[in-house]
Write a protein that binds this ligand. Structure first.
Ligand code: RCB
Length: 358
């Protein structure tokens, strides 16, 4: 726990999410539900830097966190997601990004990282923890049959390396995204995944700031399921703890004592999906276990809420350029707005179905 980046720090609450939640709670007429909804603003989530335009917000948060740390005497920790790779989200459409490989994407990405680094180095008293590029390396493990992923492979690797090496220089604690139990946790995917992650860690100089891996980001799996969801179809790694317990030793064999963080923000209700690969605005989901470093596992530094619950996974509007048919499946809540934008009806279900209750 001395190596746990959260130890001794208080998590700085994202003002952006707190505002979204406060506005959402005001729209709820039932007073009990409304006050439960409002309480979500006190639960820490991650800030997704999913475009260059969001970077100035990071500067504002770091300045506020630094001032708060000084006035309260409790050091602050800011949680961010690095999420702007060129040809982002290569196997799906809902989260396509602003940069393309064909149009200067790698240089644009390096500039994006440079701008983040420039903000962070101004506030050495604020600790920063980052999730690195959700879905990207996982797509390189399982989706090289998709043309866009095959084409992106060298750019993803070079860009992730740039992010890791440069963020390490300013002391950012990092967890690379590692999909989830129902993706890389299949026995056939485990060792290719371990090989890729250890390779990336080695190529980035084995920095101690590269702590390990983040799992279940924006997904719906339990950390510890009471029993296997039928959709897990015999996968022995049917929840995140089994996945992590299977993956960690493979990383250790390669010399990396990696630790994990696990997103449980929307994992409160289980057995609600028709297929394990379904990921878009799953109907009936509830907020899950609150963020805590009391994880019950030597491998897990913290349970976290990476995906801000209430923000959409993708639009169900089939005429949108970012339409992904996954968002129209029978287990997807509809109508759903564009990825990252507020989905009021969905938020209300997360609140009422929260487990533990709010
Ligand atoms: C991403 O989608 C899905 O996992 C595995 O194959 C099997 N068996 C979105 O693109 C993820 O569940 C596949 O290898 C192997 O033995 C993002 O936009 C799904 O989560 C595996 O690849 C063995 O019976 C979104 O942000 C992921 C597949 C056996 C993100 O999800 C998708 O892969 C898995 O099947 C059976 C949020 O998590 C990407 O292709 C599904 O079970 C299957």
């Amino acid at each position: 726990s001395a190596n746990n980046p959260w130890t001794g720090f208080q998590i700085f609450l994202s003002p952006y999410y707190a505002n979204e939640v406060a506005a959402a709670a005001k729209q709820i007429t039932d007073p009990t539900l409304s006050s439960k909804a409002a309480s979500v603003a006190n639960i820490p989530t991650f800030t997704w830097l999913d475009s260059v335009a969001k970077i100035p917000d990071l500067g504002t948060y770091l300045a506020s966190a630094s001032a708060l740390g000084k006035s309260t005497g409790t050091k602050q920790l800011v949680q961010i997601v690095i999420y702007d790779l060129p040809d982002r989200n290569c196997a799906a459409k809902a989260s396509n990004g602003e940069f393309s490989i064909a149009n200067n994407g790698q240089a644009n990405y390096e500039n994006y990282i440079d701008q983040i680094v420039a903000q962070i180095q101004q506030f050495p008293d604020v600790r920063v923890v980052a999730v690195i590029e959700p879905d990207s390396l996982a797509n390189l493990v399982t989706n090289l049959n998709v043309q866009k992923c095959a084409n992106a492979k060298t750019t993803y690797l070079a860009s992730v390396n740039y992010a890791l090496t440069n963020l390490a220089k300013v002391g950012v604690y990092m967890y690379m995204d590692a999909g989830h139990a129902g993706w890389l946790g299949w026995p056939a995917n485990l060792s290719p995944a371990a090989q890729l992650f250890t390779q990336v860690w080695q190529n980035a100089g084995k920095s101690p700031f590269i702590k390990g891996l983040a799992t279940n980001v924006a997904n719906y799996n339990a950390l510890q399921a009471a029993s296997p969801d039928p959709i897990t179809q015999g996968n022995p790694n049917y929840d995140e703890i089994h996945y992590i317990n299977a993956l960690a030793p493979l990383l250790q064999q390669a010399g990396w004592d990696a630790t994990f963080i696990v997103d449980q923000g929307r994992s409160g209700v289980q057995n609600i999906r028709q297929q394990w690969g379904d990921w878009c605005n799953i109907k009936g989901a509830g907020f899950g276990t609150r963020p805590t470093t009391n994880t019950g596992s030597q491998f897990i530094d913290s349970i976290v809420w990476v995906k801000p619950g209430g923000e959409s996974d993708g639009t169900s509007n089939s005429s949108s350029p970012r339409y992904d048919s996954t968002c129209s499946l029978p287990d997807a809540a509809q109508p759903a707005p564009e990825a990252g934008t507020w989905f009021q009806a969905y938020f209300q279900t997360l609140v009422s179905a929260a487990n533990p209750p709010l």
